[in-house]
Design a protein around this ligand. Structure first.
Ligand SMILES: [Fe+2]
Length: 184
């Protein structure tokens, strides 16, 4: 499931890279989709996956701490992008740096972290973990919150409070974009 998310975000990146210089609306909407996908993905990893890995595999503690810092950078950049218009000369450059960071993070997770977890967890444990990740997806953040706690129990509490507001903010954002499209 986590690697499916990685493939989905890579598709969004490839579409972004294929856009022409005037495709402002598509660029903005791809960044919005990326933001939702990565906010939720990071949230379920931080609430369920990383805590489980740290409690079972102490040797991976540093790897997880590094992953949390990478998530933090990604969320900060996404939050900045959300306050910008795609016409801004810094917009594409900012997103390009974000793509580099995410691609590095994905590579490390898939080459180092996931194989070690697959090896250390039993089949039953992996299935239970997968079910908890799936359950967490529906309540996970839908927007980036770089200033919120990213480890339990703080992140679980913060997410319960902010996730409903995220959904409302995303709806408001979509409505704002529609109005902008009508008047510009
Ligand atoms: Fe991650």
């Amino acid at each position: 499931m986590l690697t499916d998310d990685h493939r989905a975000v890579e598709k969004l990146f490839a579409r972004f890279e294929g856009l022409g210089p005037k495709a402002h609306k598509t660029r903005q909407s791809l960044v919005e989709k990326t933001s939702q996908l990565l906010s939720t993905h990071a949230g379920i990893e931080e609430m369920v996956f990383y805590p489980d890995v740290r409690s079972k595999l102490e040797a991976l503690n540093d790897t997880v701490l590094e992953a949390l810092e990478e998530h933090h950078l990604v969320k900060m950049t996404l939050a900045e992008l959300q306050g910008m218009r795609s016409e801004d000369e810094r917009f594409a450059a900012k997103f390009t740096v974000l793509m580099e960071c995410v691609r590095h993070h994905v590579k490390e997770e898939e080459r180092e972290l996931f194989p070690k977890v697959r090896k250390a967890f039993s089949r039953g444990e992996l299935e239970a973990l997968g079910e908890r990740l799936l359950a967490a997806k529906s309540t996970a953040p839908k927007r980036p919150h770089p200033e919120s706690p990213d480890t339990p129990p703080g992140n679980v509490v913060a997410t319960a409070l902010t996730a409903p507001l995220d959904a409302a903010a995303n709806l408001a954002g979509a409505a704002r974009d529609q109005v902008r499209d009508l008047v510009t």
